[in-house]
Design a binder for this molecule. Structure first.
Ligand SMILES: [Zn+2]
Length: 103
C-alpha cells in the first residue's frame, strides 16, 4: 500500500498530493490545478529558490502533457548537459521510461 503525502504544489502553490518514486528521490505529484507530474528532490529545491520564476511556465507544460507522458523535472543528467547548460532538465517523458509505483 503506497503512502501519499499532502504538500502544496511546487508549481502553483495549491494543496496537492504526492507519492514517492525512485527510492524517494522523486515526488510523483497529483495537483488538482496542474495535473500529474514528477519532480526530483534536488530539482524542487532549485525551483523553490533561484528558478522560482519558471513555476508558472512549468505548470502550463504539465497541463499540456501528451497522452501516456509525464512532465518530468530533474537535475540534469550527463547526456542532457552535453546539449544544454540549463540547470534543470524539464521535459515530457513517456510513462514507460519513468518509475510510477509509489512506495
Ligand atoms: Zn499545481
Amino acid at each position: 500500500m503506497a503512502t501519499y503525502f499532502n504538500q502544496d504544489c511546487p508549481l502553483c502553490d495549491n494543496p496537492a498530493e504526492y507519492g514517492e518514486v525512485d527510492d524517494g528521490n522523486v515526488k510523483y505529484f497529483e495537483c488538482p490545478h496542474c495535473g500529474m507530474f514528477q519532480i526530483s528532490i534536488g530539482a524542487e529545491k532549485n525551483l523553490a529558490k533561484e528558478l522560482s520564476h519558471r513555476k508558472a511556465a512549468y505548470s502550463m507544460h504539465v497541463k499540456q502533457t501528451p497522452h501516456d507522458n509525464l512532465f518530468s523535472i530533474r537535475l540534469p543528467v550527463h547526456e542532457f548537459r552535453q546539449r544544454s547548460d540549463d540547470r534543470l532538465q524539464a521535459e515530457y517523458a513517456p510513462k514507460s521510461e519513468l518509475s510510477l509505483t509509489c512506495r
